[in-house]
Design a protein around this ligand. Structure first.
Ligand code: CA
Length: 235
């Protein structure tokens, strides 16, 4: 794990307690250095102080979330600021949990374990496969017949949802609710646009069969078409 904290006494205390729990602990007191260390060390979890001398913990958090290499690493934010608004700002910046100072090492360890329970299964094990398409959910990677496929986050989420339910027909409304979330307003035809981009992305060499079936007046389904049969024309 990586501790990013400029108060030496806290680092010493945490290092002692976490090493006793079996963690290998790296630490730095600088935000910029933290970002390069995350890329180098690839920690399983980051404990990040909000108030740092040069770059704030919030900015470190945002940068880590923005970078594809580091965006999946769980972050627990530490702060002396306990206001509800601060907590929300911390979580909005991409932190997975938020702990207000002062706290006991035991409390931090409990939070770390809780974050691992929530993230680890999804982060380390989840791979979806269908018809030659392999999705590494945590690594945000997709390949088809071994060739890497590049998708935007929305197309990635859409494909993930379809891969989780191959063969099932989903209406545009259902896809909007599941992929975009039902609390935001998006036009139905947005789904068609993203399906079209997803199809294009999956056809990495222009010769791949289309495995997204358009079901007339119903929606879309992920379905392998047997050779010799034609898929319905795209709308
Ligand atoms: Ca500090």
């Amino acid at each position: 794990m990586l501790i990013v904290e400029d108060e030496a006494a806290i680092v010493t205390l945490l290092r002692y307690n976490l090493e006793r729990e079996g963690f290998r602990v790296y630490s730095t007191d600088d935000g910029e250095e933290a970002i390069s260390m995350v890329k180098e060390v690839k920690p399983d979890i980051i404990v990040l102080d909000w108030m740092l001398p040069s770059m704030s913990g919030i900015d470190v958090c945002k940068q880590l979330r923005w970078n594809p290499e580091t965006k999946a690493t769980p972050i627990i934010m530490l702060s002396a600021r306990g206001e509800e608004g601060d907590r929300i700002r911390g979580l909005d910046a991409g932190a997975d949990d938020y702990l207000t100072k002062p706290f006991s090492p035991a409390e931090l360890i409990a939070r770390i374990r809780a974050v691992f329970r929530r993230f680890r299964p999804a982060l380390t094990e989840k791979t979806l496969e269908y018809a030659g398409i392999v999705m590494d959910v945590s690594g945000h990677k997709v390949s088809r017949n071994g060739a890497e496929i590049h998708l935007s986050p929305t197309e990635f989420s859409l494909l993930r949802y379809l891969l989780e339910h191959p063969g099932r027909v989903f209406s545009r409304e259902q896809l909007l609710d599941s992929v975009w979330g039902h609390d935001i307003y998006v036009e139905l035809r947005t789904v068609d646009v993203h399906i079209r981009r997803l199809r294009k992305g999956l056809d990495y060499d222009g010769r791949q069969p289309d495995i997204i079936r358009t079901v007339r007046s119903a929606g879309y389904a992920l379905e392998e078409v047997p050779p010799g049969e034609q898929a319905d024309a795209d709308v």
